[in-house]
Design a protein around this ligand. Structure first.
Ligand code: GLU
Length: 456
């Protein structure tokens, strides 16, 4: 026992030392540090049991991206004025497949955000069981208030540079915040024109007529609910009859709400970056879809169609609403310690992360310490990228699967992620801790492939 304690102490020192190095090599990149810390803390028991990972410096290698590209994105707005944005792509890890991960267009995008997302993507993609490496990209371009033609010109300029670095067997971007089927369409068109070939598998999340997959749009939200339902069922709970709060009103949030409702839950609140709506009768999803998917309006407009609902400015207050299940589906660090405390004192049963890193580290600790069932993003929101991988498979084979086929595959993938993460958590003495379990499963798959492929 004493020996194990000593070894654990040594490994903890090694991991802490490595974390300090990550911080000094990537100064001020707080989101990136946060994502690394969460993974590192989970891996101590694995490194104690498998010292080869330390000997071969697997973690030291994994935390350093294989490649990090930044580039200028100049474009002309509708007034004829030249605008300049910054483009990014991190090609983080290609040991289990081509780099794979979305593009985010949002003014907050910087190196830290791209690296945190790219680092998370490595483990998430490994968890899906598919053959996809980890990558991420984006720009500080703000699509809000831009005309369609401005978005198109921006996407074309962005792709003119990005096209030099991607390809169906090399790096396959997709959407994320600010990038949906419309942007992917413009990006794909420009890539096709530059290459002079129809390489559909270079991007995922395409429209159906451009080689997209049925079920991709819904996959992240549906997948999150499938995962959480699995977690709930094990404790004898279910979405059926539960009250649910879902933050955000973008692609992930809308389809998480849809599936939760289909399973018989009452979804009573959702939000956008300006504020949240609370509808005691249950959110009317058709109204949210019309506002967000068709009219490009603010969520505040919802109350006009549903006078019994209320709108509150500011997005944080959504977590003070009493509910059984919370699904943060907006953005990173949207759910902090104080919000976790509110949810816990209101009797929350489960939290499922649809967004990437929506809970702060102290919020996660608080949920786990209070016995709240917690489904971490890497596992719970992996359905989106999993169906992206199915889109790549269809493009390669020149086949087209039905919605039912995709949904059945998605369900199996989410159930398998849950099962494997739970098993790993038990094996490494953190029973029920899906944060630790998911990080371990993702890490070991990538680490073993890296070892097989030598020091490269
Ligand atoms: N942006 C999504 C994610 O965070 C999807 C990535 C993809 O489909 O490649 O996983």
């Amino acid at each position: 026992m004493r020996v194990l304690e000593l070894e654990t102490e040594n490994v903890r020192n090694y991991v802490n030392h490595l974390f300090e190095m990550v911080k000094s090599r990537n100064p001020n990149e707080v989101e990136f540090h946060q994502a690394v810390k969460e993974v590192f803390d989970s891996l101590v028991p694995v490194l104690v049991k498998n010292p080869t990972y330390i000997k071969l410096r697997v973690l030291d290698r994994m935390v350093e991206p294989e490649r990090f590209i930044t580039f200028r994105v100049p474009w002309v707005d509708d007034e004829g004025i030249v605008q300049v944005n910054r483009g990014f792509r991190v090609q983080y890890n290609s040991s289990i497949g081509p780099y794979k991960g979305g593009l985010r267009f949002h003014p907050s995008v910087n190196a830290s955000i791209i690296k945190f997302l790219g680092f998370e993507q490595i483990f998430k993609n490994a968890l899906t069981g598919q053959f996809i490496g980890g990558g991420k990209g984006g720009s500080d371009f703000d699509p809000k208030g831009k005309s369609d033609m401005e978005i198109m010109r921006f996407c074309q300029s962005f792709m003119t540079e990005l096209s030099k670095h991607i390809g169906p067997d090399l790096d396959v971007p997709a959407g994320d915040i600010g990038v949906g089927a419309k942007e992917i369409g413009y990006l794909f068109g420009q890539y096709k024109k530059l290459k002079g070939a129809y390489e559909a598998g270079v991007l995922t999340g395409k429209g159906i007529d451009s080689g997209g997959s049925l079920g991709r749009k819904e996959a992240t939200g549906y997948g999150t609910v499938y995962f959480v339902e699995e977690m709930l069922n094990e404790k004898g709970y279910s979405f059926t009859g539960s009250t649910v709060v879902v933050s955000g009103s973008g692609n992930v949030s809308i389809y998480a709400m849809e599936k939760a409702m289909e399973l018989g839950a009452s979804v009573i609140a959702c939000s956008d970056s300006s504020g949240y709506i609370y509808d005691p009768n249950g959110i009317n999803l058709d109204t949210v879809k019309r506002l967000k998917e068709v009219e490009n309006k603010r969520i505040k407009e919802y109350v006009k169609a549903h006078p019994e609902s209320t709108y509150v400015t500011g997005w944080k207050g959504i977590w003070t609403i009493p509910c059984d299940i919370a699904l943060p589906c907006a953005t990173q660090n949207e759910l902090d310690f104080e919000s976790a405390k509110h949810l816990i004192s209101n009797g929350i049963k489960a939290v499922g992360e649809g967004a990437n890193m929506p809970s702060t580290l102290d919020a996660i600790d608080e949920f786990l310490a209070s016995g709240v069932l917690f489904a971490p993003a890497k596992a719970a929101n992996a359905g989106g990228v999993a169906v992206s991988s199915l889109e790549m498979a269809q493009n390669s084979a020149r086949i087209f699967w039905s919605q039912e086929e995709i949904d059945a595959k998605l369900k199996v993938i989410m159930k398998t992620i849950y099962k494997k993460s739970m098993e790993a958590a038990t094996e490494y003495d953190f029973p029920g801790n899906l944060v630790v379990g998911a990080n371990i499963v993702g890490f070991m798959r990538v680490a073993d492939a890296m070892i097989e492929q030598g020091v490269i």
